[in-house]
Design a protein around this ligand. Structure first.
Ligand code: KG4
Ligand code: ZN
Length: 346
């Protein structure tokens, strides 16, 4: 192996997607495969952890075979196996961790434990390796809404986060209240396309006080009350969805503007599942253009969970000589502040 350019296999299994990818530093992605469990969980209206873990068990081996064929490499070419150690659903994480560590043992290569949110944070580099710290990062996923000042690779300062529901969770719960199927976020966003702007105006929570924290739980209740009091017509449902989406997008944009002002940073990175939201992308692009800020999103397919970002984050941590050990352990709850800082900032 070329020590500077190891071939890293990345494995994601923290929730309802089984993802796998091969990534080589300086060269980029050699291939990636993904299986989404949407069909499996739809009947239950949300993710059932035990069903998720059983499905991961069944998918991992065939996905690995498909990936190797796609990339035109063999297992003997793999220099390290990176996997999501947390945060996420414990039974689902355990499947990926056991598979990855066992594979790494058998290949006699290192296994690298990856923090799922660090992987989201770095994911725009999959498409654009020119992205370099310092930058501001807005992470908006199903479980997290956070703003970080990224002073270096692996060097993260949390500026603010959601105190209750994360943005994605608020999208999902609000979608459910409006009678939309799982997964709610993309369905709500699609419905909002046909909604009229400002037919419903909801509050922009916590924008009237200093700081960077978020609270989307009350917004969800406002939407429920508005929907219950309404005529229940199809157009009204779209109007309510539009009002909700605008409130979330506006709130995120206000906090990003404030963070750009206060940190003086001029690069903004947005990642995580809600980063796939078209209105959010447009709104932040307009903001960035106006301020002359460089804006980075991951490609759409890498906004939601995937193996490519795990392989990338694994390659970064491997280059620091960190997060490699032999145990099979998972961290369903894992603040990013617990990650080790690189000894020499990259
Ligand atoms: O990053 P992700 O795949 O998983 C977590 O790490 O949580 O994010 C999933 C979240 C879900 O809440 C989903 O509803 C939301 O991202 N999401 C969206 C859109 N696509 C996915 N929310 C709003 N608009 C979208 N287009
Ligand atoms: Zn995620």
């Amino acid at each position: 192996m070329d020590a500077a350019k190891p071939l890293v296999l990345g494995i994601e299994s923290s929730c309802d997607e089984t993802g796998m990818a091969l990534y080589r530093t300086n060269e980029g992605l050699l291939g990636h495969v993904l299986h989404s469990q949407i069909d499996l969980h739809r009947a239950y209206g949300g993710v059932v952890p035990e069903l998720a873990s059983r499905d991961h068990v069944q998918r991992l081996t065939p996905l690995l075979q498909a990936l190797l064929t796609q990339a035109g490499v063999t297992l003997a070419d793999v220099d390290a196996v990176a996997f999501t150690q947390g945060p996420g659903l414990a039974p689902a994480l355990l499947v990926g961790a056991s598979f990855a560590r066992t594979l790494a043992w058998s290949l006699e290569v290192p296994a690298v434990a990856v923090h799922h949110m660090e992987a989201h944070l770095l994911s725009p580099m999959l498409a654009d390796p020119s992205l370099k710290p310092p930058f501001l990062a807005l992470l908006v996923s199903g479980g997290h809404t956070q703003i970080y000042a990224v002073d270096g690779l692996g060097d993260y300062r949390l500026l603010g986060e959601s105190l209750d529901d994360a943005a994605g969770e608020a999208f999902d719960k609000t979608a459910k209240m409006l009678g939309l199927p799982y997964p709610g976020g993309p369905h709500l966003a699609k419905l909002a396309e046909s909604g009229q702007p400002e037919a419903f105006t909801f509050s922009r929570p916590m924008t009237d006080r200093p700081g960077f924290d978020f609270s989307f739980s009350g917004l969800k209740t406002q939407v429920l009350l508005a929907w219950q009091k309404s005529d229940g017509a199809e157009q009204t449902r779209a109007d309510v969805a539009r009002g909700f989406e605008e409130a979330v997008v506006d709130t995120l944009a206000i906090k990003c503007t404030r963070a750009l002002d206060e940190t003086g940073m001029n690069t903004l990175v947005v990642s995580g599942g809600v980063g796939a939201n078209r209105r959010l992308r447009q709104r932040l692009q307009a903001l960035a253009d106006k301020r002359g800020v460089s804006l980075f999103f991951p490609p759409l397919e890498f906004c939601t969970d995937n193996g490519a970002m795990i392989a990338l984050a694994g390659a970064v941590r491997l280059s620091f000589g960190q997060m490699v050990d032999e145990r099979i352990s998972v961290k369903p709850r894992w603040p990013m502040s617990d990650l080790p800082k690189p000894e020499v900032a990259a």
